[in-house]
Design a binder for this molecule. Sequence first.
Ligand SMILES: [Zn+2]
Length: 215
Amino acid sequence: MSTLTESSLDPANAIYDFTILAGDPWMHEIKRGQTFRIVDVEGNQAADTLFYNAHDQADRYSGQDTIREQGALYLTTGTKLISTRGNTLLTITADTCGRHDTLGGACACESNMVRYKIEKRSMHACRDSFLRGLQIARPTWDKRDITHNINFFMNVPVTPEGGLTFEDGVSGSGRYVELRAEMDVLCLISNCPQLNNPCNAYNPTPVRVLIWDTV
Ligand SMILES: [Zn+2]
């Protein structure tokens, strides 16, 4: 169960407002104290997301440490996103979707072949978008900097037997998740181009990102 939490922040007061088209990467710095919102504009989209300590390339989001520290598998309001060095990168402060995945990983050409069909190899995948985003924003970074990620708005329930399943999304048009940066962080998003997964109803759509100065 999860509790939906709305935000009082007004998009009209945001200092940054950008729409990431389906299949595009995006990378941006979020300063300590700023609030960051990702909006599922049309619903059931997956925003594959990586966070890094802006001052330490090797210190980045850790799904394992985050799950252990909160004692729960899904991410929602109150979740602290923990880094590989044990720092709190951001805290989820509002969530009108209610559940976000950090177990399913990002789609790749290789997993598309295994999961769907060998002919899917040439299709655009999140790992390609992550690398494209790095080439634009951090050209000296490479594949080693692409580690496990968060899938905002994606529904990957775990069965009572411990199985991992990819299901229809629980998100909807206009739902959002909001996070407060606890330190200066870099955010890298691949707005998932996946056409083979029911999580986004086989239809990739835009996500909107906003930042507020809240200190
Ligand atoms: Zn993807």
